[in-house]
Write a protein that binds this ligand. Structure first.
Ligand code: SF4
Length: 250
């Protein structure tokens, strides 16, 4: 009789931010077309490790399961990725799962991405609209601009680009590629452009655009294929022009 196939997972575990991390191995029954989340769900159903010992269920975060919310980011076989869209059949085994290292660990594979959300607040990554009344149709964007702006709007704050960036770490205040790209997106919007100067000012100080070291790792790992390095280059031009305007009082 053919032996039942198993998936071998090596998972980095940690009880909380201050506990030491350790690795635990699991064997999960194989089914075709599984993603990482479905393997983690199998462990949750039956939290027994590869030695046959009863253990605690592995903790991770996920919401949409369709690569839109960005919450299930983790390091899968050494690369920051989304657990929902990473298929077991396409991975080499053993499959190693680790939490993102750029963000504080909450537990096991779940991290606190607050750093990114704070950066989005810092750069005012929204369009201010007062009131709940009907404002009518907004200004139209040229179709060509709308097309590339739409690509930037696909950012799901997953944090993979921050994880891949050597300049984003616990010792640096660099806000990272995703919040920078959102500055370009909101400054392009006809209504959002009203706050363009504030957004540029927010990235011209410490932790802003000059902290980018141009390693270009971000664009390699973005699951949404967002042209992050193009955004950063465009913002370099914009901030240079803004500094001239500031100097000459224009
Ligand atoms: Fe994730 Fe890409 Fe957004 Fe970075 S830019 S947070 S990698 S979706």
């Amino acid at each position: 009789m053919e032996a039942k196939k198993s998936i071998r997972l090596l998972i980095t575990r940690q009880n909380d931010l201050h506990s030491p991390s350790y690795e635990e191995e699991f064997l999960v029954p194989y089914r075709p077309n599984m993603n990482i989340i479905s393997a983690l769900m199998e462990i949750r159903k039956n939290p027994v490790n590869a030695k046959g010992e009863k253990t605690t269920a592995v903790v991770w975060e996920s919401v949409c399961l369709e690569e839109v919310c960005g919450s299930c980011s983790m390091i899968i076989n050494g690369k920051p990725r989304q657990a929902c869209s990473t298929l077991i059949d396409k991975l080499e085994q053993p499959i190693r799962l680790e939490p993102l290292k750029t963000f504080p660990v909450i537990r096991d594979l779940m991290v606190d991405r607050e750093r990114m959300f704070e950066a989005l607040k810092q750069v005012r990554a929204w369009i201010p609209i007062d009131g709940t009344y009907d404002l009518g149709a907004g200004p139209r964007m040229p179709e060509k601009t709308r097309q590339w702006a739409y690509e930037l709007s696909k950012c799901m704050t997953c944090g993979c680009c921050l994880e891949a960036c050597p300049n984003v770490n616990q010792k640096s205040s660099f806000i990272g590629p995703a919040p920078l790209s959102q500055v370009r997106l909101f400054n392009t919007h006809p209504t959002g452009a009203m706050n363009k100067e504030e957004r540029l000012a927010a990235i011209m100080g410490a932790g802003g655009i000059t902290a980018c070291g141009n390693s270009q790792n971000c664009v390699e790992v973005c699951p949404k294929g967002i042209p992050l390095t193009t955004s950063i280059a465009a913002l370099n031009r914009e901030t240079t022009l803004q500094s001239f305007r500031n100097f000459f009082g224009g």
